[in-house]
Every structure is written in C-alpha cells, then in structure tokens.
Design a protein around this ligand. Structure first.
Ligand SMILES: [Zn+2]
Ligand SMILES: [Zn+2]
Length: 339
C-alpha cells in the first residue's frame, strides 16, 4: 500500500508553510498509520521551524501533538486496532530493546525517534508511529482539545510522577502559558497548594480559575521574597532567565527547583545555596508511554484539558503567527481540513 501524504511544510528555514506531499513508503510491521483529526501547535514547532536547536531538516513538516484515528496497522502491531482514536506526541518510536525501553523509560532511549525529526510530522492528513507510542484516548474527553496533552501536558505531568510530588506539597509554577496552565490543573487535582508565578497581571483571574491558590507577579522581587522557604517544589515552564537565586530561596529545606522549560542561557548556581538546606535542581524531558497513559486517564477522571484556540489546518501560517506573537490563550490547535 503506497500513497501520497499531504502536509504543510517549510521548504527552508524561516519560510512560510506551504502544501507539500511525500510518499511514506510501505508501512513498517510495528507501525500504525493515523488519519490526523487535530494537531496542536507547540513552541518547539517554532524552534524547529527556525532551526534554533540546529538539527532541523527541510522540507520541515511540524506537528507533534497529534490526535486521530488508526487507519492502517502493520502485521506485528499490538494493542491498537483500526478505528481506535489515539494520540501521538514528540516521539514516534524507540528501539524497544535497550535497558531504558525494557525498564519502561522509552522516552530516555538513545534511539528514540522524534515524530518530526528526520521524518515528517503532524501538520498533515496522515502520520505514522510505532504502536507503543500511540496512546489510546479515553472517551469523554473533547477530542478537539486533547492534542496539546501529548506534548505540553506530558511535559508538566511527567515531573509530578518522576519527582514524586505529594498532595501535601506547596508547589510553585513559573510561567502560565501553554505548559503552565496545564500544570496548574494537574497540581490542583493532585491535591497540592499551587502558587502561580506570572509576569502578566491581566491573566490573574483566569489563573485562579485554572487552579492556582495564589498568584504572584514574577517581575516584583518583593512578592517573591514573601515566599521564602515556603515551597516544596518549583516547576519552571519558561525558557527565559530569571533571578534564580531568589527563586531558590522560595524553597523549603529539601525542596526542588525543576526545569521543563528549555532555558537556553546557563543557570548560575552556588553550591552553598543548595547544600545548606539540601536543595536540588532537576529537569525532565517528555514522559514515557506508560506515564502518558497515566496522564490521559487522570485527565479523563478530572476533565483536565487545555484552553485552546482552534484554526483550520489550511490557515496554519496565521496560527503560527498568532503563537509567535505571544497571543495564544493558551494553546493553538489545528483541525485537519484537507478535502
Ligand atoms: Zn512540544
Ligand atoms: Zn530503547
């Protein structure tokens, strides 16, 4: 079975997306082919479009927050059948035989395959993935909003599992955007006391509605100082530098400063600031298939969904510009309108 897949691609760095077709070749024995219904847009799509990380290849088809229906399965596919509705995130495969894969940490597999790295992503009518990386979507979740959970969602849910955040913890979330607004919802339903750090006072009401118990303005040193020694865990979702020394001071003894935002500048750390009160600085990437399944079931149980803005996929350039301008509230989703 061979056919052309229609997509939207940038033909070179910084160019607008335009229609682009490719031949996906024969379906691999462990691969699933999914007809894309929706695909979220993530900041990483912009970073990759701009080759900010130096490993983009062109034509580049973005898209790694994919939701759709299984339309073809390879001969050795397990756990997924035709017609299933599944989600695919950053990864579309891993080796399945290294120690990481065998221990359930497929997301740490050295050979993990990015869905839009060296292949074509989800701004398309179809996309393929290894069956293990297709997460079944429970019924009862609004399918048009689920996509961003597979990158933005799992990015902020994974640390709750990996760092064993407890319901009794007081947790800070820095940056209330695409990632942070999901972190607030997860942590609220986890049972934590949640302090949102936002640079924009205009979001205050909505931040409280999303689950924060308190909102502090991250640009006002006085407000951060008031939090000294009060937090067990601080989750950083921004990718810009902050006054990290002051942020570290908001932690209780044994507290953890945790990064999921890819802050590009080095973070200056003084060992004494960590040592005296036994504090830690940690970071996590996206989660494993098992953690992703745990997340999506937790979302179904509590109706946790991103706040989204929907664009038809044919207006992808407009949607990207909207995100680039910092206007997304809070996550943009494209709906497949290939006719
Ligand atoms: Zn992403
Ligand atoms: Zn592996």
């Amino acid at each position: 079975m061979s056919h052309r897949v229609r997509t939207y691609a940038a033909l070179s760095k910084g160019q607008k997306l335009q229609p682009f077709e490719y031949d996906p070749g024969p379906l691999g024995p462990e691969q699933v082919e999914v007809a894309v219904e929706y695909c979220g847009i993530c900041h990483s799509d912009l970073s990759m479009l701009d080759n900010e990380w130096g490993f983009s290849s062109y034509p580049f088809v973005p898209g790694h927050e994919i939701v759709g229906k299984v339309v073809a399965v390879g001969d050795s596919v397990k756990g997924t059948t035709l017609g299933d509705r599944v989600g695919i995130g950053w990864f579309s495969g891993s080796c399945m035989h290294c120690l990481q894969c065998l221990s359930g940490n497929h997301n740490l597999c050295p050979q993990a395959e990015g869905v839009m790295i060296g292949r074509y992503g989800g701004f398309a009518e179809r996309v393929r993935s290894h069956w293990a990386w297709c997460t079944p979507i429970p019924s009862g979740l609004d399918v048009s909003k689920v996509g961003p959970l597979f990158c933005g969602g799992i990015t902020v849910f994974n640390p709750i599992i990996q760092s064993q955040v407890r319901p009794t913890d007081r947790v800070g979330v820095i940056g209330i955007g695409g990632l942070g607004h999901l972190a607030l919802q997860f942590l609220k339903h986890w049972g934590c006391h949640v302090v949102a750090f936002s640079s924009s006072d205009s979001k205050r009401e909505q931040i409280l509605k999303l689950g924060a118990n308190e909102v502090v303005n991250s640009r006002e040193p006085g407000q951060i100082k008031k939090l000294e020694s009060s937090l067990d865990f601080v989750l950083v979702t921004v990718n810009v530098s902050m006054d990290w020394k002051s942020i570290l001071r908001t932690l209780k003894p044994k507290g953890t400063l945790h990064f999921v935002g890819a802050v590009l500048e080095p973070v200056p750390l003084e060992v004494f600031d960590l040592m005296t009160a036994q504090k830690s600085v940690t970071a996590t990437p996206l989660g494993s298939p098992a953690t992703t399944r745990t997340m999506i079931e937790f979302c179904a149980r509590h109706q946790i969904l991103p706040v989204t803005e929907l664009f038809p996929m044919s207006r992808v350039n407009e949607a990207l510009a909207h995100l680039r301008a910092g206007q997304a509230r809070y996550r943009v989703v494209l709906q497949n309108d290939f006719s």
